[in-house]
Design a binder for this molecule. Sequence first.
Ligand code: GCB
Length: 587
Amino acid sequence: MLRPQNSPTRELVNLDGLWRFALDDDAGPEPWTGVLRTDLEAPVPASYNDVFADDAIRDHVGWVWYQRTVRVPRGWAGERVRVRIDAATHEGRVYVDGSLVAEHVGGYTPFEADVTDLVEPGGEFRLTIGVNNELTPTTIPPGFTTTTDDGRRKQLYRHDFYNYAGLARSVWLYSVPAVSVEDVTVVTGLDGTTGVVEYEVAAGAAVRVRLLDAEGATVAEREGASGELRVPDARLWRPGAAYLYELVAEVVEDGSVVDSYSLPVGIRTVEVRGTELLINGEPFYFKGFGKHEDTAVRGKGHDPAYMVHDFRLMDWCGANSFRTSHYPYAEEVLDYADRHGIVVIDETAAVGLNLAIGGGMRTGAVERTFGEDGFGKATREAHAQAIRELIKRDKNHPSVVMWCITNEPASFEDGARDYFAPLVDLTRELDATRPVTYTNLVFATFETDTIADLFDVICLNRYYGWYNDTGDLASAEAHLEAELRGWEARFGKPLVMTEYGADTLAGLHSVNAQLWTEDFQSALLETYHRVFDRVPAVIGEQVWNFADFQTMAGVFRVDGNKKGVFTRDRRPKAAARVLRKRWRGED
Ligand code: GCB
């Protein structure tokens, strides 16, 4: 799905700012039919939960309403007009004046509506967006709702991050010509030193494409909706040294250009060979973090200042990669990664498909996760849709080198293979060029896991020294090594440690590396690093987590998860310097 953009034939209006806001109960029936009567104003983009200092809003389960007035630029006569919502978590309904124009389920991928017939160039309209945060057994991620004795509805879920909701990314109004570029797909390859860009443009008329280098000079061009562009002596997109070409796709009617769309293109290849992952034919070692979109007040609201700061802090540590745990991130984040050569493992929001786990801990539950009593066909269809939307949105990003289709499912249980095999096939059908992975939870060992062979790369999340072998790093080291060698021997595939870490209270120290101290976090990371360096199949390390983040309330969480190497306001704990030393060789 193409991101809206300004181009010689398209215009874009950003609708961010303060919107009228009300909970469903306070909004009156059919709130889209008139002006929302409310004193509340909600910032967009931001999760609404922490903005208002009101428990009724923070803990609300169900619909909330956002509304604003929008003026259509008067010069848009004859153009198609669309509204695009970058994310409505987890379900969105969009109304233009009294008419429903779009509905979408899935909280981290965009959707849009063509509103041309309902609006007038130069005129105003009322834009109302309903957002529902409810998670059910058939949403991705899944969740459950219970009712308390006094009648309140409460949301329960098995993932370890707060269920922030609302319009956490931008909303746009944009114009496209009547005949336009509707989609572009590029796949890049290498033939010796010649870069090969296969492209496909969906458009209603004749297409021509040009590839420009970073200076704007045309290096290849061609007519036709699909084909191959060849770039002799191509400059490659490399980790840490991004180079981007620009593909300009033009729709031509009666000899004139009626639409023009530009896409940054990084020429690079990705391939798994034996226990290696190769980028441009060279083995790549992941150094970085599992992250979250999470900051104080804004929740999951996209914030360019935090985004740039996070990237600079990752760079300060020497990180070359991160995983979009546990959902697709704002597209601005991937654009930045494209421009700066940061490698991304791109994950769906399929987290919590595991009834034996809650908040990172074993619950002792013996329920069956997969099948009609748990997560069955309907969940799998929602999961398939999440994969489709992720790939549709992110397929052209050179930074994305791998699809991660789920985090820590109950892959040791009966039913897991039947559930996952079709989803792995679907992912490969949609994109034959990128490896597919999942992150494995410790309950599914190399002996009991039933799905690892379906994937190209095996990502492991491990907490030896924390949840297991608590505080005993000597045992942790031995057990971790034995386990990694087991995975290596049984599967012969690349292994990435996508989570390892310890909850750490910034400022707490002890001479003997007690749990929760900065000293223990540093010692734990160093323990893991020694093991990684001894096991050849390990091709990467991503610490859990980049920064402390908010979770649902629980006795194992003190104002959230504290496994950050940085605090929630991005101050380094001692472990940040351990990483800087290891990854950058600098103090
Ligand atoms: C995990 C989860 C992650 C949790 C983490 C923890 O395995 O993937 O979402 O936050 O453990 O800290 O417990």
